[in-house]
Design a binder for this molecule. Structure first.
Ligand SMILES: NC(=O)c1ccc[n+]([C@@H]2O[C@H](COP(=O)([O-])OP(=O)(O)OC[C@H]3O[C@@H](n4cnc5c(N)ncnc54)[C@H](O)[C@@H]3O)[C@@H](O)[C@H]2O)c1
Length: 435
């Protein structure tokens, strides 16, 4: 039995709080693909396939032919930022894409003008800008965001919207009292409770408007009981947190491999140099702490030292990010991994990943918005664990540990798509081939 999925008719509006390196690389990239200037490399929704039935059936459609996703030509973009630069200017500043390519995309990118942001310097300390909402309480600002969305939807004649946080990393916060229930949260909005972060005002506004919400940064944002209850009440799918792109992506490839072969690990030292605005924000200890938490959690969950104490109980794991402007968006991430094998003999692995942060993140933004929109049309609500594949700190139901192994995450994602279409789930048991 497949489930009912409403067709992907009309335009899908993508709204990003934050018009910076990641979001402009995503928007410009989609425009470049539409115009035939490049290919959507890194995007599972555009290039990936899904095997159906038995290995002998030879049924492997493209994912985008198998489930009804919005097409790239149906997407329109908008967003908010504390700076007034339009998406063309922001993309030039970010310095990710070649100036020649950006010039060709300028007519469409310059039309994307940032709406006024909800901002609080207590949450992002290293930057400040003029394009902010100043009037009223946080509750009034949430109403203004809801109005922004309504206006955007009408003026662009959008059928549906999705919001994805591509704003800076906010300082580290644990859930407080105001985050526990929707009533407490709404009272907190009215009273400007200092425990409510700007990203939470955006998430609240999206959910109130029935708009699916994803969080690309490690901030707490909607990973709190109050907003998860709102998502369920409003039948809205949500997911997060923190795009899994460079170093952590490498970790979730390698660590399951070490564990699969029962190889031990005594130390994993990771360091990065990064020179874009994200790097500047992360230079603040409060914002770095938020990032550090999501980056550190991955290894513990994958290696399970409680189950394999002889292999992983003494693992020393350390993560550093250094702001180094000459590199811009072209981050370099080093890992030194001390492992041990048979009879405890030590070995080392070194990784030097010269990556491009936003080039890795942009296709994830595309996949997430298309899948969240699909989930909404399929009537799915609350946390979408099948989208863990994209995140460093996947959100889960309360009490459930997150699954970090990227291959399990991919299987879960594809099985969810099979389930949506009433196809058999694939277990890889395969005994039937030998009957
Ligand atoms: N590979 C990656 O690039 C990657 C991976 C994982 C997570 N992230 C996260 O994604 C986010 C975006 O990264 P980026 O490289 O585009 O950073 P960026 O600094 O280029 O862009 C972020 C933008 O958000 C704006 N902003 C900050 N607070 C805002 C608010 N309250 N409302 C509206 N706009 C606001 C800033 O002015 C800035 O223009 C960061 O939090 C980053 O940590 C990026």
């Amino acid at each position: 039995m497949s489930i009912q999925i409403a067709p992907a008719r009309g335009k899908l509006g993508i709204l990003t709080p934050g018009i910076g390196a990641v979001s402009t690389t995503f928007m410009a990239g989609v425009e470049a693909v539409r115009k035939g200037y490049g290919a959507p490399v890194g995007s599972l929704t555009q290039l990936g396939t899904v095997r159906l039935g038995k290995r002998t059936d030879n049924r492997t459609p493209l994912i985008r032919d198998f489930v009804p996703l919005a097409g790239l030509n149906q997407l329109v973009f908008g967003g908010w930022d504390i700076f007034e630069d339009n998406a063309y200017e922001a993309a030039v500043n970010a310095g990710v894409l070649e100036p020649d390519l950006l010039r060709k995309l300028k007519p469409s990118l310059r039309k994307i003008q940032p709406m006024k942001a909800v901002f609080d310097r207590n949450y992002v300390k290293r930057i400040d800008g003029p394009n902010v909402k100043t009037k009223g309480s946080l509750r009034d600002k949430a109403e203004q965001l809801i109005e922004d969305m309504r206006t955007f939807r009408e003026s662009n004649r959008c059928d549906r919207l999705v919001m994805i946080w591509c704003g800076s990393t906010e300082v580290f916060r644990r859930p407080a009292k105001v985050h526990q229930t929707l009533t407490a949260f709404e009272q907190g909005l009215a009273k400007n409770d200092p425990d409510i972060a700007p990203s939470q005002v955006y998430a609240y506004a999206a959910l109130q408007s029935g708009v699916p919400f994803a969080n690309g940064a490690p901030n707490l944002t909607h990973d709190i009981p109050a907003l998860l209850a709102l998502a369920r009440d409003r039948n809205v799918p949500v997911c997060g947190k923190d795009f899994k792109t460079g170093q952590t992506y490498m970790k979730t490839l390698l660590a399951p491999g070490l564990k699969a072969r029962m190889l031990g690990c005594s130390g994993w030292f990771s360091t990065n140099i990064l020179g874009n605005r994200d790097g500047e924000v992360l230079d603040d200890p409060g914002s770095f702490k938020t990032k550090e938490e999501t980056k550190l959690s991955v290894l513990d969950q994958i290696l399970q030292p409680n189950l394999y104490p002889d292999l992983y109980k003494d693992l020393f794991h350390s993560v550093r990010i250094n702001y180094y402007p000459p590199r811009g968006d072209e981050k370099e991430g080093w890992d030194n991994i001390d492992i041990f094998g048979w009879l405890g003999y030590p070995m080392q692995i070194k990784i030097d990943f010269l990556c491009r942060d936003s080039i890795l993140a942009a296709p994830l933004v595309l996949d997430l918005v298309l899948f969240l929109d699909l989930a909404q049309r399929a009537g799915m609500k609350g946390v979408q664990e099948w989208l863990s594949f994209y995140f460093k700190a996947p959100m889960t139901a309360p009490g459930l540990y997150p699954e970090h192994d990227i291959f399990i995450q991919l299987m879960k994602l594809k099985n969810t798509l099979r389930w949506m279409r009433g196809e058999d789930l694939i277990t890889h048991l395969g005994l039937e081939y030998y009957d």
